[in-house]
Ligand binder design. Structure first.
Ligand code: ASP
Length: 355
């Protein structure tokens, strides 16, 4: 009888130890990570107040944590990318959603895209004017339409049909962006009436009205890349485009392969910068292709494209990327890039300037 009891206890101990080892292995085998950018450009510390710097770091941390939380709970990388980007779209600090730059025609026209690394499935929206969170629309297009990219009124209509949150055009306006447009228009030979009321009734935003902004007027797009517990990568990008854009101009952000790309075999990339160059250089896809075909690291591939190819073309900007193992990577040829990550060890990092 004693022997039987001893045997049972032994078996129980062995099974528990085995189960524990299995769990540890599973934990190890399921790294999660997320990285973001909030735009690249001439971002100078000398122009940045400590309060504003703090506000940017805090918002980036909030965005990273929102995405990481999704990943921790077993959510997909596509869901995490959306969660992270929505925080920045809702913040007037970034050129996406609320706080988007103005077009020449005094409107806010938003672009976004998202891509799933497992299936190479993708969705994108360009020139939308009423969708509060364009990144959600990109995901709806990816999952619930037959198409990859929808544009303008059609995209806004699809958003309504999918019951996404719709806002009035005024929602996106902020003083900062309105004044930037007025300034740029002064040197634009195409400029029409500058007679409009210079104060923005809708601006408000966190008492930033009298702030001197540390970056140039051009960029500020947001993006995220994530790796989930299932080993799947995703990338997404959202933007208002570039101040004073004309005639329905679309940049790289909603273009799969230029502003956004994800392939589980190579990497996930989201770009920010002068879109015309990023389209011509097929930046996001080129980086992933170099990883695949040249068998080099993601950092090397990103630097080849951002620091060599783009610099030769005179294209400003940068990228955030994630390797299939969850290694975050940044590369930018501008003075700064709002950026951050939570890596596979759970380490949180945010930065703005060159280091
Ligand atoms: N890439 C965006 C565009 O050209 C701008 C940005 O990154 O801020 O529309």
């Amino acid at each position: 009888m004693k022997l039987k009891l001893l045997l049972i206890s032994l078996i129980t101990i062995m099974t528990t130890t085995q189960a524990k080892a299995q769990t540890a292995q599973n934990d190890k085998a399921a790294p999660i990570a997320i990285a973001i950018h909030g735009g690249a450009g001439t971002i100078l510390k000398s122009n940045m107040t400590p309060e504003l710097e703090k506000a940017y770091h805090a918002k980036m941390k909030e965005s990273l944590e929102a995405g990481y939380d999704v990943l921790k709970k077993g959510g997909t990388s596509v869901e995490a990318v959306q969660a992270a980007i929505m925080i920045m779209e809702d913040s007037p600090l970034f050129n996406a959603g609320k706080g988007a730059v103005f077009t020449h025609h005094k409107t806010n026209e938003l672009d976004a895209s998202i891509m799933e690394g497992k299936t190479l499935n993708a969705g994108a929206a360009s020139g939308v004017t009423t969708v509060k969170n364009p990144i959600k629309l990109a995901a709806e297009i990816m999952y619930h339409s037959k198409h990859v990219m929808l544009s303008g009124e059609g995209a806004d209509t699809f958003a309504k049909k999918q019951k996404l949150e719709i806002v009035s055009a005024d929602y996106f306006k902020t003083d900062r962006r309105w004044n930037q447009l007025l300034e740029v228009l002064q040197n634009d030979p195409d400029a029409t009436a500058l007679s409009e009321d210079k104060t923005d009734k809708h601006a408000n935003a966190l008492n930033y009205q009298n702030t001197v902004w540390p970056d140039d007027k051009k960029f500020g797009t947001v993006g995220a890349v994530a790796l989930d517990q299932h080993g799947n990568l995703a990338a997404g990008t959202s933007t208002g485009g570039m101040t004073n854009k004309k005639y329905g101009r679309i940049g790289d952000s909603p273009i799969i392969g230029a502003g956004t790309y994800a392939d589980n075999n190579a990497c996930a990339v989201s770009a920010t910068g002068h879109g015309e160059y990023f389209i011509r250089a097929a930046v996001a896809h080129d980086i992933c292709a170099r990883v695949l075909y040249k068998n080099i690291t993601l950092q090397q591939a990103a630097d080849e494209v951002i620091m060599q190819k783009l610099v030769k073309m005179k294209g400003d900007g940068g990228i955030v990327g994630l390797s299939p193992k969850g290694q975050p990577v940044f590369s930018f040829n501008s003075k700064g890039m709002y950026r951050g990550y939570i890596d596979t060890d759970g380490k949180v990092y945010t930065a703005i300037f060159e280091e």
